[in-house]
Design a protein around this ligand. Structure first.
Ligand SMILES: *Cc1c(COP(=O)(O)O)cnc(C)c1O
Length: 375
């Protein structure tokens, strides 16, 4: 059996090596390392894939979120509602811009923003909602967009883990996650479902004025070179990463199918076990399995991880410390109590999930997980 990795970007690369290597060499030969043709081509293809009107590429997913929030003219002290149960980037940029992150609970089935908690968190200072499509499953966007419309709030989707996921609205309309809110953000960090071989990010919107503004912000606040209309930043997707992403975007749907088939294998092995809750898939979302995450009950999680590690099976806790307990937010004042988030944080475990898992590896993983839990 091949060694098992949490994420296997190397073997995925080997399958497209010829194409990728020649695309990279084309960029080297062109010497257009910044904003070369691959960047324009990728921006266009991605825009079409997501089904947004406008796509702005940038340096990484964290910048995408920051540029989105800068474009909305939020003022220091304005409140931004986000889940605590997410990667730190989502909430860090809120604080970086001197806005106030307001942490809310997630739903225990989808790991995404809880709608009642969202409604209760709204105050006169609330300006935006940042739902996170965690692990590759969409948040309840019907409800979130309704709440946002009722209170005149912006919605910025953090789509870093869910690129390619389909959201089905209650009227039957289907859209890609990232194209639903006022702005959608994503990341091309190598381990993401559409991963570059370095950093990268993108922002989506259907609003022309916002698109123009975000493009300017990502480029030192200029439209015309050396004429800077607003304070921006320097955030670019480089040509080599765009060339790689152009190729990988063509494979994204088959990568998603490979992840879904690995998840099916895991589900079959675990679904009936009373100590294991397998990932739930809501009617409104497809699941693109950025992570395959279980909720354990009555299982010593540390001992399970150690047992798996001994068998050379990696596993991870995403994330060991939720936002509301991070030291970086200590200065926000009043401590927040999020019982559901704490409960999940103690019980989740993510198993290896990527496009290169084969049946031997999956059998070996499931057998060992069950052997430990049933002992
Ligand atoms: C990866 C990730 C980001 C940040 O993306 P980077 O490209 O690493 O900056 C933001 N939010 C979530 C949920 C992520 O998983």
């Amino acid at each position: 059996m091949r060694p098992i990795q949490m994420v296997d970007t190397k073997n995925q690369y080997l399958k497209i090596k010829t194409e990728v290597d020649s695309a990279i060499h084309e960029v080297l030969d062109s010497a257009a390392y910044i904003n070369g043709k691959p960047v324009q081509d990728f921006t266009q293809s991605l825009n079409q894939y997501i089904g947004a009107k406008y796509t702005v590429t940038c340096a990484n997913g964290t910048d995408a979120l920051q540029i989105a929030m800068m474009a909305l003219d939020l003022q220091p002290g304005d409140e931004v509602i986000t889940p605590s149960f997410t990667y730190i980037a989502t909430t860090e940029v809120v604080a970086l811009l001197r806005l106030k992150p307001v942490f809310v609970e997630v739903d225990t089935q989808t790991f995404c923003m809880d709608i009642d908690a969202l409604k209760k968190a709204i105050t006169p200072k609330t300006k935006a909602i940042v739902p996170v499509h965690l692990y590759g499953h969409a948040a309840n966007m019907d409800a979130i967009m309704q709440v946002a419309a009722a209170h005149n709030l912006y919605v910025i989707e953090d789509n870093a883990q869910a690129i390619g996921a389909n959201y089905t609205f209650s009227d039957g309309t289907v859209k890609k996650t990232g194209s639903i809110g006022h702005i959608g953000c994503t990341s091309f960090y190598p381990s993401k479902n559409l991963g570059a071989y370095g950093d990268g990010g993108a922002i989506f919107t259907n609003d022309e004025a916002l698109a123009t503004k975000m493009k300017m912000i990502a480029n030192h606040g200029q439209q015309k070179r050396y004429y800077h209309e607003m304070v921006g930043c320097n955030s670019r997707l480089d040509s080599i990463q765009a060339a790689v992403l152009n190729i990988k975007l063509q494979h994204l749907d088959s990568y998603i199918l490979a992840r879904q088939s690995a998840a099916d294998f895991y589900n079959k092995a675990f679904a009936q076990h009373p100590a294991i809750a397998v990932p739930h898939v809501a009617d409104y979302s497809s699941h693109v399995y950025h992570q395959y995450t279980l909720i354990l009950s009555g299982v010593n999680r540390d001992a399970l991880s150690a047992y798996l590690a001994e068998k050379k099976i990696p596993s991870m806790i995403y994330y060991p410390v939720p936002g509301h307990k991070q030291a970086m937010f200590a200065s926000l004042g009043t401590p927040v109590h999020l019982a559901t988030t704490d409960w999940l944080t103690e019980r989740v475990i993510s198993l290896p999930m990527h496009t290169e898992l084969d049946a031997d590896q999956l059998s070996y993983i499931t057998e060992n997980v069950l052997a430990f839990i049933n002992q």
